[in-house]
Design a protein around this ligand. Structure first.
Ligand SMILES: N[C@@H](CC(=O)c1ccccc1NC=O)C(=O)O
Length: 248
């Protein structure tokens, strides 16, 4: 299926038969990607007395419970409710699902013991573009990102100035292939989350952060249509499925 879309007065072509899925699969195994010191996800049949929810075990259907953590176990989209005392849920935050997106690639740079992404790296990569969504791929970009156990590894993160810049140019949706936009152990400072959501001013209640994406290296930087979908969890975060489409 092909479509013509109109955005900012310009027409673009798009081929819905060629999705670029930038989400991580979530499996109930120790090889599932992991952060924040949680055990691996579990996907196991319901047990109820003699009943086992598995066709192999004699049930009519496979009927699994899933135990997982949206922040720790894979691609998820979160709202300001991740860092507020008040309850805000991402299902009420994300109300439209197609966005003009810019895919950029950056190599986090050493700063002390950390690897960080600076404002100038984001600014240079965007090259004047002000999309609705920014998709940040970090290098090195190996398929290790599909199974990495991130706890206690001090992954790269966005400097506050970078998140501030992303907010200031009006980007509503920030996607990144790391467990967090912030430093793993920062004593709760969460500087990039706070800058992006304008935590110290008027909350950006319609802005989202999607973490733990994976963009294959074969996908070139540039403009895409982003379809950002998620499960309708009434929670600060929900597992999500961002999909890019080439536009021309
Ligand atoms: N860096 C924070 C913890 C943190 O950022 C965090 C903890 C649990 C689940 C998700 C987190 N951040 C995700 O973006 C801290 O050290 O308190």
């Amino acid at each position: 299926m092909k479509a013509t879309i109109e955005y900012n007065g310009t027409s673009y072509q798009i081929d819905f038969n060629k999705p670029i899925d930038i989400s991580l699969p979530l499996s109930g195994t120790p090889r599932n990607v992991n952060a924040w010191y949680v055990p691996h996800p579990e996907i196991t049949p319901v047990h109820d007395g003699d009943f086992v929810g598995s066709v192999k075990a004699g049930a009519s259907t496979n009927f699994n419970n899933i135990f997982f953590n949206p922040h720790g176990h894979g691609t998820h989209t979160e709202c300001i409710g991740h860092i507020t005392k008040e309850f805000y849920n991402v299902n009420d935050t994300l109300k439209t699902f197609f966005f003009a997106a810019e895919l950029i690639s950056v190599t986090p740079q050493p700063q002390g013991e950390d690897l960080v992404i600076s404002k100038s790296q984001i600014e240079e990569a965007l090259n004047g573009a002000t999309p609705e969504a920014i998709v940040i791929r970090t290098f090195p970009n190996t398929d290790e990102k599909l199974t990495k156990q991130y706890s206690n590894t001090n992954p790269p993160y966005l400097l506050e100035e970078a998140a501030l810049f992303i907010k200031e140019i009006g980007i509503k949706h920030l996607l990144i292939d790391l467990p967090s936009v912030d430093k793993e152990k920062d004593n709760g400072a969460l500087l990039a989350h706070k800058a992006f959501w304008n935590f110290h001013g008027e909350f950006r209640l319609d802005a989202t952060i999607t973490e733990f994406i994976y963009v294959p290296t074969s996908i070139v930087d540039g403009s895409y249509l982003l379809n950002l979908q998620m499960a309708s969890f009434v929670n600060d975060a929900s597992p999500s499925k961002p999909v890019l489409y080439k536009i021309w």
